[in-house]
Write a protein that binds this ligand. Structure first.
Ligand SMILES: [Zn+2]
Length: 151
C-alpha cells in the first residue's frame, strides 16, 4: 500500500514543472470567430439603405472578428531529441512538443492559434498539429504537438 501523501508530492513536483516561471512557458490561446457586422445588417434590413462608402465598422467585410484569449502554461520541448514518445508524429521544422495540465486541454483544442512567450513581449505563434494525448498518472496531463505559423 502506497501512502497517498506520496502521490500528492508527485503531483506537486510535476505541476511545478509546468507552473514554475523558469520551466513552464506563458502561453495565450486565441479563439477567433466571425460574427455578422450588426452595422451592415441594420442598414440593409429593408434594402433601402446602402452605404455610399464602405461600412466603417467592418471595412466592407460584413463580418467582424470576435477574439477570445485565455492564458495558461505549457512545458515546451523544441528539440525532437527531448520528445517523449507519444503518437506517431513526425518531426518537421518548426514543430514542438508541449505538455500541459489536462484542465487546459480545451484552450488548445478550441484555439485558432496559440502564442508562446519567449520573453515578456516576445512571442511565437503556433497551431495545433496533432491529437491531444492524455499523459501521466491518472491522465493529469496532456501531450501534443504544435507547428509554427506566421504572425
Ligand atoms: Zn459592416
Amino acid at each position: 500500500m502506497i501512502p497517498s501523501g506520496i502521490f500528492t508530492k508527485y503531483f506537486e513536483a510535476c505541476d511545478e514543472f509546468i507552473s514554475n516561471d523558469y520551466i513552464g512557458k506563458n502561453c495565450t490561446s486565441v479563439n477567433e470567430t466571425r460574427i455578422d457586422c450588426t452595422n451592415c445588417s441594420e442598414n440593409t434590413l429593408d434594402g433601402s439603405v446602402t452605404f455610399t462608402n464602405m461600412c466603417p465598422y467592418c471595412n466592407g467585410n460584413s463580418y467582424l472578428i470576435n477574439s477570445v484569449s485565455q492564458n495558461f502554461k505549457l512545458r515546451v520541448y523544441n528539440s525532437p531529441k527531448n520528445w517523449i514518445k507519444v503518437g506517431n508524429v513526425e518531426s518537421v521544422p518548426g514543430r514542438i512538443q508541449v505538455i500541459g495540465l489536462l484542465t487546459d486541454k480545451d484552450k488548445l483544442i478550441q484555439s485558432t492559434y496559440i502564442l508562446i512567450y519567449t520573453n515578456i513581449d516576445l512571442y511565437l505563434k503556433y497551431k495545433l498539429a496533432s491529437e491531444v494525448f492524455p499523459h501521466g498518472f491518472e491522465n493529469r496531463y496532456f501531450i501534443c504537438y504544435l507547428d509554427r505559423c506566421s504572425i
